[in-house]
Design a protein around this ligand. Structure first.
Ligand code: KG4
Ligand code: ZN
Length: 343
């Protein structure tokens, strides 16, 4: 089956072709990602500008993905498009385009949940990244810790109570006078930072927490952000302290994420953890988590290269899994319940 994936939920216009079977292996035949750099000027995504940029790019990006895969439109078996969650105007561009294409080419259309798709981002290049596993999805808009019992069968272990992890990186980058997107900039700055020079709080992390208590897996970033604000105000020389502040912030985030993910691996007994979302690009996180899991004979699976941040290959792969749902009405939705999530 040839699936054309389309993703426009935030500030990446992406199209990809994935080939495979709904319940079997699948591989990426092409993946085009156009990142909108207009938002760097404003140090954050401006929704209206995102929608307009998607509108300009969507046609050529889809055409390029089909050409790269050497696939005529008539040979596409299924179109998968991100229906939500995301920026409503941005989502509408992808969904409207996909609906038009589906009607014109008489190809079935399926709507995909963006966060479920992040769970599928790793298995495209790493066939071992299959359930059961603990899923840690950390992006600009969401932070979720999931028990993935099987594809389509999920249990929510924890989530953020305020800012998403990527959002915290982006906000701290602004406080430190770094550019957008903030995650990569903070990570780069932190490399030259001295560990322990700034010791920030580890939010929602205490030794006394027990499984069953809601804060055992939940995350919170706002108190940490406030601590960074205060430290920035106190410091006389931001340029000199920048790497140390970045390092202190990143170390605090990593300790919380690693501890809670290891707790999830212990509780479920799973030997695999799959990382997804933009923050999965963070090398320090990958290394710390892989080391903590290796000590328990568990392995970390991470999306390769550009498949950590938003891309249409993961949308096509998730759409392949959801192929039986093609034909149901597809509507863009800023908020969308996670499919297959047990109460
Ligand atoms: O998944 P994604 O591309 O878009 C959303 O669905 O939100 O994630 C983008 C987020 C941004 O907040 C960005 O700062 C963060 O991922 N990010 C990082 C790194 N690369 C991207 N955060 C920390 N370290 C990184 N290296
Ligand atoms: Zn995402």
């Amino acid at each position: 089956m040839n699936v054309l994936g389309i993703e426009t939920s935030c500030d990446e216009t992406s199209a990809a072709v994935v080939r495979g079977e709904a319940r079997g292996q699948a591989a990426t035949a092409s993946c085009v990602i156009l990142s909108q750099d207009v938002h760097a000027v404003y140090r954050g995504v401006v929704p209206e500008l995102a929608s307009r940029a998607h509108l300009v790019a969507i046609g050529p990006v889809v055409a390029r993905a089909l050409a790269d895969a050497d696939l005529p439109l008539e040979a596409v078996d299924l179109i998968a498009v991100t229906a939500g969650p995301g920026l409503i105007g941005a989502l509408l561009v992808g969904v409207s385009y996909a609906k038009g294409l589906s009607l014109a080419a008489r190809v079935p259309l399926v709507g995909v949940h963006h966060l479920e798709a992040h769970l599928f981002g790793t298995v495209l290049d790493d066939p071992a990244a299959v359930p059961p596993f603990v899923g840690l999805i950390v992006s600009g808009g969401h932070s979720l810790l999931l028990d993935v019992r099987a594809w389509g069968d999920y249990r929510l272990l924890g989530e953020t109570r305020d800012d998403a992890v990527g959002e915290a990186f982006d906000k701290v980058a602004i406080l430190l006078g770094l550019g957008y997107p903030g995650g990569p900039a903070v990570e780069r700055a932190a490399r030259a930072g001295e560990p322990g020079r700034f010791r920030f709080p580890r939010p929602m992390l205490h030794a006394r927490q027990r499984p069953g208590e809601s804060d055992y897996f939940d995350l919170s970033m706002s108190g940490l952000k406030t601590a960074v604000i205060q430290a920035v105000k106190r410091t006389g020389d931001l340029a000199a302290e920048r790497p140390h502040l970045a390092r202190g912030f990143q170390d605090a985030v990593l300790e919380v994420l690693v501890t809670k993910t290891v707790r999830a691996a212990d509780l479920t007994g799973y030997r695999r953890v799959v990382l997804g979302g933009g923050v999965a690009s963070n090398h320090a996180l990958r290394e710390a988590l892989a080391a903590a899991l290796a000590a328990r004979d568990a392995t970390l699976h991470v999306p390769s290269g550009r498949l950590a941040t938003d891309n249409a290959a993961m949308i096509a792969r998730a759409g392949l899994f959801r192929a039986a749902e093609a034909g149901r009405p597809v509507d863009a939705a800023a908020r969308l319940p996670f499919p297959g999530l047990a109460a």
